[in-house]
Design a protein around this ligand. Structure first.
Ligand code: NB4
Ligand code: NI
Length: 183
């Protein structure tokens, strides 16, 4: 099982790499990676298991965070309407998004960042993504609200972007502008 010891922390260059697409159909190895990441997130939300193994709670996890520079992430999160999104996704792609932005009112954190970085993290309010789920099925999802934010945090990890890169006023004046989403 994945524990916090397997989670790469900021400073490790893998978190700044653009992750590689995975070959399709999904290999057993990549399927297992998605299953393992989904299991970690579920475990991290179980008070007993989280306590027993010292897991920080999470609702998402991207493969680069466990040292695998591949375009894979898992999410186990319930949106404002009580819909549970529990899935692993391979080669996710943003096919369209709103101009309008939205953010979590308490800012964001990251399992790869062992410090609080206050500030609002602007993200697209709505987006449509496609990809392949952990069972190998093609998926196309229109997302909004909380779950859209969670997906974008994970999508950013696949492009080497950390949540604090998007906090206004923290940017390095000499840094190149952040990429939007390649449509
Ligand atoms: C919002 C939230 N972020 C938690 N942590 N951070 C993460 O998930 C990081 C990813 C999230 C940061 C902002 C958007 C995506 C992990 N990341 O670094 C992966 O790239 C939480 F733990 C959490 N919840 C609410 C739901 N609760 C259900 C019951 O169990 C506890 C759980 C706690 N909500
Ligand atoms: Ni993160």
């Amino acid at each position: 099982m994945i524990t916090m010891d397997d989670i790469v922390r900021e400073g490790n260059p893998i978190l700044r790499k653009v992750a590689e697409p995975v070959e399709l159909p999904l290999t057993d190895e990549d399927k297992q990676t998605l299953v393992d990441m989904l299991e970690f997130i579920k475990n991290s939300q179980d008070p007993e298991i989280a306590e027993k193994y010292g897991l920080r709670p999470g609702v998402g996890l991207a493969a680069p965070q466990i040292g695998i520079s591949k375009r894979l992430f898992a999410i186990h999160a319930t949106d404002e309407n009580g819909n549970l999104y529990s899935m692993g996704i391979a080669n996710p792609k943003v096919v369209s998004h709103s101009v309008e932005t939205n953010e979590l009112e308490n800012g964001e954190g990251c399992l790869s960042v062992d410090r609080d970085v206050p500030g609002l993290v602007p993200r697209r309010a709505r987006l449509t993504i496609t990809g392949v789920d952990h069972e190998g099925n093609d998926v196309r999802m229109r997302l909004r609200g909380y779950i859209a934010i969670v997906f974008q945090h994970e999508l950013d990890h696949l492009d080497g972007i950390m949540f604090y890169d998007r906090i206004e006023g923290l940017e390095d004046p000499f840094k190149k502008p952040l990429p939007g989403f390649a449509l």
